[in-house]
Structure formats: structure tokens, C-alpha cells
Design a protein around this ligand. Structure first.
Ligand code: IPE
Ligand code: IPE
Ligand code: MG
Length: 243
């Protein structure tokens, strides 16, 4: 029996973020190179995107490469870039068919040109899709996003587009990579690590957190259902009191 039956279809989180972690450990357990884990992890991306879309999730944010991941060996980084291109190329048709819009979280200007080209094609092809937004964190860091937003705000104030009195917590969101999207309801981190590793720092102010020991290459749709079922049991007060 699938856990899908236990999900309340009227209380689906609008925005879910996942820190796709544990590929290296998954591979190590099998005496395989870390990159084998990344390859297997890419398959889970395909499945989880499809599951999220079917559930009616409005935004899915996947952490694929952080601003800190540049510290990794060069071969591993280039394999990750290759897999990203493979993912976009092989999935673009189905992404289009499912009316999914791709959005990048992060500064892609630091990525290799062939990767940027692939991403830009996907961005322009999917720009008018509106069933679900698939945010891909690439060279993403939460602190860097906030600094970047501050710079953009400064520019808009200088040019007169924005008045400093108009700037508040809501307005600030318009300068983040997730602009005009729903609040982040649920942050999921597999692999047993209990930290956010610089993901969506501004957005997670009132998110529910869900951690699991499952390694990303083992993260199937049932694990996602489990997270959502748990989320649906949470009592979200947002600082208030229960009615
Ligand atoms: C996550 O898996 C993938 C990326 C960070 C790109 P890891 O490569 O971090 O796997 P572990 O944490 O070493 O097991
Ligand atoms: C977070 O995982 C980044 C991504 C999943 C892309 P890491 O494996 O890089 O994070 P740490 O080093 O465990 O904090
Ligand atoms: Mg890791």
C-alpha cells in the first residue's frame, strides 16, 4: 500500500525545498566512486519532480550545487555539471509537457559556458509554464542571495524605482531568487545531517523542517509522502495561539 492514500489532498504544502544530500555516502557503501552516487541521485530528481507535480505542489526547490561545493575535487564538480546538462536535455520535453517552469536559484555566470547555454535554453523555453515552478539551486548560497538582494535594492533606490520607506520584509522578497512564489512550507533534508547548509535562509523563517537518514539516491516517492504526512500533522502557529 502506498502512503499516498494517507495524504490530505486539501493540505498539500505549496512550496517544498529539498537538500539533495548523501550521494557520496551512498556510493561509498557500495565501494563505488562518489560520482556514481550523483548519477543515481539524478534519477531520483526525475522521479521527485514528477511526483511533486502530480501532487499539485506549486514550487519545488532543489539544492543541486552550493556556493561552498566549489571546494570539491575538480573531477567531481565537472561530473555534477555534466549530470545537470544531461538532466535538462533528457527532461525538457516532459517538463514542457507537464507545464513546469524552470527557475534558477543562484548566480550561474560562474558555471561553465556549455552549462549556462543549456540552462538559458531551458529558462526561455519554460518561461510561460505555470503549473509548477522547479527552482534549481546552482552556485546557490543563502547568504549570497541576501547580499545580492541588498545590492539590487540599492540600485533601485538610486534609480528612484524604490523608496526606502517602501522597503519591508514583504518587499524584500521581490529581490530574492524565489520572487513572486509561495512561502516555503517544508524543508526536507535526507542523509542524516541536521543543518541547512546555507539553503534558503530568508525563506525558511517559518518553514517546517523534516529530516531523514535516507540517502538521496534512495529517496523515492514514498519518502516524500512520509514527509508530507508528517508536515500535515504539524501545528503551525506563526507566533500566534491556537484558536
Ligand atoms: C549531495 O551529495 C550532492 C551535492 C552536494 C552536489 P554529497 O556529494 O554531498 O554526498 P555526501 O554528503 O558526501 O554523502
Ligand atoms: C548541501 O550539501 C548542498 C547540496 C546538497 C547541493 P553538502 O553536502 O554540500 O553540505 P554539507 O557540507 O554537508 O554541509
Ligand atoms: Mg553532502
Amino acid at each position: 500500500m502506498s502512503l499516498l492514500e494517507n495524504i490530505d489532498k486539501n493540505n498539500i504544502p505549496k512550496h517544498i525545498a529539498i537538500i539533495m544530500d548523501g550521494n557520496g555516502r551512498w556510493a561509498k557503501k557500495r565501494n563505488m566512486p562518489r560520482t556514481f552516487g550523483h548519477k543515481e541521485g539524478t534519477k531520483r530528481v526525475i522521479e521527485i519532480v514528477e511526483t511533486s507535480y502530480k501532487l499539485g505542489i506549486k514550487s519545488l526547490s532543489l539544492y543541486a550545487f552550493s556556493t561552498e561545493n566549489w571546494k570539491r575535487p575538480e573531477e567531481e564538480i565537472s561530473k555534477l555539471m555534466e549530470l545537470l546538462v544531461y538532466y535538462i536535455r533528457s527532461q525538457l520535453k516532459i517538463i514542457m509537457k507537464n507545464n513546469i517552469k524552470i527557475n534558477v536559484l543562484g548566480d550561474i555566470s560562474a558555471l561553465p559556458q556549455f552549462v549556462q547555454d543549456e540552462i538559458n535554453t531551458a529558462l526561455s523555453k519554460t518561461k510561460d509554464n505555470d503549473k509548477m515552478i522547479l527552482n534549481i539551486g546552482l552556485n546557490y548560497g543563502g547568504r549570497s542571495e541576501i547580499v545580492n538582494a541588498t545590492k539590487l535594492i540599492h540600485k533601485d533606490i538610486e534609480s528612484g524605482k524604490l523608496k526606502i520607506e517602501e522597503l519591508d520584509e514583504e518587499k524584500f522578497k521581490d529581490y530574492l531568487y524565489t520572487r513572486y512564489q509561495d512561502e516555503l512550507d517544508l524543508l526536507i533534508r535526507p542523509s542524516g545531517e541536521l543543518r541547512v547548509s546555507n539553503f534558503l535562509l530568508y525563506q525558511l523563517a517559518y518553514s517546517e523542517f523534516w529530516f531523514s537518514d535516507v540517502l538521496w539516491p534512495d529517496f523515492d516517492e514514498e519518502v516524500l509522502y512520509e514527509a508530507i504526512i508528517d508536515f500535515q500533522k504539524r501545528n503551525r502557529r506563526f507566533g500566534g495561539v491556537n484558536a
